[in-house]
Design a protein around this ligand. Structure first.
Ligand SMILES: [Ca+2]
Ligand SMILES: [Ca+2]
Length: 320
């Protein structure tokens, strides 16, 4: 009898411990990241009847990975006792009013829209999932997005602006030019790439050394370590990303050691076998060179990039 009781007690204790362990691991995964949440109205003025204008809320909010934007916004604003109306419809729930500014207040079809990392989201906020480091804005729009940078009538995937915090482009940015260089010297630098899409209906993502749109890439808030020879790729509106239908645009920034040197087609400041191989690949169209790279690749100066340039570079290297 005593034995049985002891066994029951042991089982109960084990159960308690398991439950406790489960609770611990749950609470760890409950806050696995942080996002910046902003609520703003810059389109509907107080003189036109808005309850307020400007930024109502700007805070860092805990999230667990995969949390949706609707529940994150709802929980954060309710915690701060900010007026919030969520309407439930047969198509799902949406935010109808915040801080006493409601949909249709400014004009017919005016209302609250979500902006994730500068992308005006194209879906119900319950289906927009947040990641650690995201910036999520809830923004009032009077003109269905057109007044916050999202224009449904404009299929361009060009960038409007491109700057890099920590690095200066050697060429002035022009939306139609997709190829740039920036000189870093022999340093390793931590930079932030800051692109702005002409049409914020399209996502913008930055990659280094390999354009791999299946991955999230770098956001404006993600630090990127660069050195001479690296290439930054900034894609706009890739077809694999939400909201994209037209042809994407990919901008390139070649990070250079110093001023362009004949033969140094990967801009790392030395001419070596890597350059010879790249020139060979370009001469048979396996890689695509920019205008500047084509100039640097023409090592024998005959006005074209061919296997003769590869040979000339190899000969120069052998004679060193
Ligand atoms: Ca090189
Ligand atoms: Ca040549």
């Amino acid at each position: 009898m005593k034995k049985t009781i002891r066994r029951i007690a042991a089982t109960a204790l084990a159960t308690v411990m398991t439950v406790t362990a489960a609770c611990v691991s749950l609470s760890v995964s409950a806050a696995s990241g942080k996002i910046r949440l902003v609520v703003k109205n810059e389109t509907y003025s107080v003189s036109d009847g808005a309850a307020w204008n400007g930024i109502l809320y700007d805070k860092t909010v805990d999230i667990s990975d995969g949390t949706d934007a609707l529940s994150t916004v709802t929980a954060a604003l309710r915690e701060d006792n900010i007026q919030l109306t969520v309407n439930d419809t047969q198509w799902g729930s949406y935010i109808a009013s915040v801080g006493n500014i409601a949909e249709n207040d400014a004009a017919q079809y005016s209302g609250w829209m979500g902006v994730q990392n500068d992308w005006v989201v194209n879906n119900n906020l319950a289906y927009i999932f947040l990641r650690d480091g995201d910036t999520f804005e809830l923004t009032y729009s009077v003109k269905m997005g057109a007044d916050i940078g999202a224009d449904w009538n404009n299929p361009t995937t060009a960038l409007k602006e491109l700057s890099i915090d920590g690095l200066t482009l050697n060429e002035e940015f022009t939306p139609s030019n997709t190829d740039y260089t920036a000189t870093v010297g022999d340093e390793v630098k931590n930079i932030f790439v800051l692109p702005t899409a002409e049409n914020k209906n399209y996502q913008v993502r930055t990659y280094i050394n390999e354009y791999s749109p299946v991955n999230y890439g770098y956001r404006k808030t993600d630090s990127i370590e660069v050195k001479a020879g690296d290439t930054l790729y900034i894609g706009v509106g890739n077809e694999a990303w939400p909201g994209s239908y037209p042809a994407e645009t990919v901008y390139k920034v070649h990070v250079m050691a110093e001023d362009a040197k004949l033969g140094d087609v990967n801009f790392d400041g030395v001419i070596d076998i890597t350059d010879a191989t790249l020139i060979q690949k370009a001469s048979i169209d396996l890689v695509e060179f920019s205008e500047l790279q084509n100039k640097l690749a023409d090592y024998n100066g005959d006005g074209r990039v061919s296997v003769l340039d590869t040979t000339a570079v190899q000969r120069m290297l052998a004679s060193k």
